[in-house]
Design a protein around this ligand. Structure first.
Ligand SMILES: Nc1ncnc2c1ncn2[C@@H]1O[C@H](COP(=O)(O)OP(=O)(O)O)[C@@H](O)[C@H]1O
Ligand SMILES: [Mg+2]
Length: 210
């Protein structure tokens, strides 16, 4: 277990990067010192945290200046660093994140188009491994509906993909949206978000065993 810097990436917007980053960090901070990093110029996670999801509990940094040095410093001082990335495959921020991360998580929606849009993510990870050979990568299925045939078919489709997928996934749940609206994580919603918390806990347990 050494996944100190966990970056949430996908070139596509709306796949759940910010949702996963914030809730993952909210679960990790219960286990050890955790720093959330906003690397997206849209600053969604900063706005979210600014509403109340931190910063007392969850310190947040914006990734500017020298991004490699900033990440290295945060990793020295925290057990976990979670980076919410912009929807991009290139640029100084993505380069720094890919050079520094121990693990990238790539949330994908259960649709073939979204899955194919993530093919470039495989190339990005392969390129990054030339300089960062220990970099691990996992797809995370998001907005899953267990009883939905498409979601079941997705599991089979990703199995044929060149990128391993986490067994744990994020189901489509109102709690993720409510947490965002209320400026908190699913952990902050109490009982009504129990199932969403269970999703995130399962993701964390799996990630910490990689
Ligand atoms: N598992 C989920 N269930 C329900 N809504 C979700 C889920 N994951 C994400 N969302 C919603 O989908 C939208 C896009 O998610 P977001 O995390 O902002 O994506 P990204 O950061 O990749 O652009 C947001 O409105 C978010 O609340
Ligand atoms: Mg986002």
């Amino acid at each position: 277990m050494a996944d100190r810097i966990i970056a949430i990436i996908n070139q596509k917007g709306g796949t759940g990067k910010t949702t996963l980053a914030l809730n993952l960090a909210a679960g990790l901070v219960l286990r050890g010192s955790t720093h959330l990093v906003d690397a997206d110029p849209q600053r969604s996670v900063s706005q979210w945290v600014g509403m109340g999801a931190g910063p007392a509990v969850l310190p947040l940094a914006v990734l500017g200046g020298d991004p490699v040095a900033t990440l290295a410093k945060l990793a020295r001082n925290h057990r976990y660093v979670v980076v919410d990335c912009p929807p991009a495959v290139q640029g100084p921020v993505i380069d720094a994140v890919m050079a520094s991360a121990n693990l990238v998580l790539i949330p994908v929606l259960p649709s073939p188009l979204d899955l194919w849009a993530s093919v470039d993510m495989g190339a990005l990870v392969s390129r990054a491994r030339q300089k960062n050979p220990a970099l691990q990568a996992r797809l995370v299925l998001n907005q899953m509906e267990t009883r939905n045939t498409l979601s079941r078919a997705m599991r089979e489709a990703v199995a044929a993909f060149d990128m391993p997928v986490l067994d744990a996934d994020m189901q489509r749940r109102a709690a993720y949206r409510s947490a965002a609206v209320e400026g908190t994580s699913v952990y902050g919603l109490g009982k009504r978000a129990q199932t969403a918390v269970a999703d995130i806990e399962a993701i964390i347990e799996e990630v910490l065993c990689l």
